[in-house]
Design a protein around this ligand. Structure first.
Ligand code: ATP
Ligand code: MG
Length: 471
């Protein structure tokens, strides 16, 4: 008995749309991830629903209009009409036999009249199981149910043909390895090894979306290792190839890549944090030097932050993600440079420099400790525990995240009579610096500092600050 009851609930899109399409004289099948996940016994309440139908896109849209909360046609060139209903996403695609994508032009889609042909063009057999509606009877021409049982990812047709038709499927292979915990079939892996270079014709946006899903799997390390081993990485993150060739004397792993993947698996599935884990040592190969004291990687965090920025931009990640990830790479050594004991001002600086990334930075630094040396391991973790305690104490005392001098630029201009410009910036920096070094102080002492500064600059003496500035 298949665990499909949950999918059949009356208030879910499959049951609702089954009737509408039957009334219109069109066949309708549920396909893709929702079928696969339901068959695996996963929770279906949250998932998106993909359908295949005999109806052409215009008819699909007409049928959906009366039912959906909104209908969108951005996928129409691929035969897909999308819709939202009660907060759930639905995508319905006309049976296809061929899709030819030239990323720079409109795709060429050939429609088909039967579900079997449509399923043959899908990526993997476990994604090529359809449920006929309204009966919910499985249609499984390529042995997907068996592969689901064996937890293996196979293409319905010859993998060379499949990957040639759409090279993104090579990356999807490892994405599903990571998210489903399935094994890639050996023939599929061999095909990736031969055909990896074809990934170059795929748009950065499509690669990015699959890569992000992979990075959010529970433990993406093994799939990432396969991506490097097959050579697929060469065509979208070539920096990882260099990590595989760089020995890492600092950790117990055989190379920097093995250490990196261990760090990725040790972080929680948050995209920014995971990407930072993947890139944190990316500057090592370019900064490696052999000196009398052994191998060094001076400033690898600076070089790494730059490489990270360039790579994530090339992968079309949005600006905030690029900024956040490269900032984390830049800062990932900070806690180590301060092992000798943290002064209050060092803690304030750490909080200020990491800003909204503080939690993730601490998580990254913890995950980065993969040494086999138990004592060293414990020392570093305790160092970060201590740092977090200090931050907690200090922030209670003084709302650290919003560090400001007690007076602002306006106060300075009114008091001294100088106009807006770099002079104001200079004294504001001095006031903020004092705040960071020494903690809170009064408005009156701030004006006294401004007065001394103004006199030292040869400006007119603004006179002693007013008494009511006393707090
Ligand atoms: P998820 O749970 O991540 O949504 P999914 O299997 O539903 O996984 P989608 O990307 O939503 O994946 O695609 C829906 C279905 O469309 C897939 O299950 C597969 O049958 C088919 N599909 C998607 N992308 C491709 C592709 N590039 N090549 C072939 N078939 C694809
Ligand atoms: Mg889906």
């Amino acid at each position: 008995m298949l665990p499909l009851e949950a999918l059949q609930a009356k208030d879910l899109p499959p049951a609702q749309l089954a009737g509408l399409f039957a009334d219109a004289g069109e066949s309708l099948y549920l396909v893709g991830g929702s079928v696969r996940d339901a068959l695996m016994g996963r929770d279906v309440a949250e998932i998106d629903f993909d359908f295949a139908t005999s109806a052409r896109p215009d008819r699909i849209a007409a049928i959906l209009e009366g039912w959906a909360d909104s209908v969108y046609r951005i996928g129409e060139a691929f035969g897909t009409i999308g819709a939202m209903k009660d907060g759930r996403s639905v995508e319905i695609t006309t049976f296809r036999s061929e899709i030819y994508r030239d990323e720079s032009r409109k795709p060429q889609v050939t429609y088909s009249d039967d579900i079997e042909t449509d399923l043959s063009r899908r990526d993997f057999t476990v994604n090529a199981i359809a449920l006929e509606l309204p009966s919910f009877e499985p249609v499984d021409p390529y042995g997907g149910l068996q592969d689901l049982e064996n937890k293996v990812l196979r293409t319905p047709l010859d993998p060379e043909i499949s990957f040639g038709d759409d090279p993104l499927r090579m990356l999807r292979l490892f994405r599903f390895q990571a998210t489903l915990g399935f094994a890639a079939d050996v023939q599929a892996i061999a095909a990736v090894q031969r055909m990896a270079g074809r990934l170059s014709i795929v748009s950065a946006e499509r690669i990015r979306d699959e890569f992000s899903k992979l990075m959010l799997a529970e433990a993406p390390g093994a799939a990432l290792a396969m991506i490097v081993a097959t050579g697929l990485s060469t065509y979208f993150v070539p920096e990882l190839d260099k990590l595989a060739m760089a020995q890492d004397p600092e950790h117990r792993h055989k190379d920097v890549l093995a250490h990196t993947l261990a760090v990725v698996d040790r972080t929680r599935p948050d995209l920014v944090l995971r990407l930072a884990a993947l890139f944190h040592d990316i500057g090592k190969p370019d900064t490696r030097e052999f000196g009398p004291g052994g191998v060094t990687f001076h400033h690898h965090e600076v070089v790494g932050a730059r490489i990270t920025r360039e790579r994530l931009r090339a992968l079309a990640y949005p600006r905030e993600i690029v900024d956040d990830v490269s900032r984390l790479v830049f800062l990932h050594l900070r806690p180590h440079t301060l092992k000798l004991g943290w002064t209050d001002s060092a803690v304030r600086r750490y909080v200020r420099d990491s800003g909204h990334l503080l939690d993730r930075l601490n998580a990254l630094v913890r995950a980065d400790v993969t040494t086999a040396n138990q004592k060293k391991q414990r020392q570093i973790q305790e160092g970060i525990d201590e740092l977090e305690r200090r931050i907690a104490v200090l922030s209670e005392q003084e709302e650290l995240a919003r560090l400001r001098a007690p007076i602002d630029g306006h106060d300075v201009m009114t008091y001294t009579g100088i106009g807006p410009g770099p002079m104001v910036g200079e004294i504001m920096d001095i006031l903020l610096e004092k705040r960071i070094e020494e903690g809170p102080y009064t408005r009156k002492s701030a004006f006294e500092i401004v007065r001394d500064w103004a006199i030292s600059k040869g400006l007119d003496d603004p006179g002693p600050p007013a008494d009511d500035e006393e707090e």
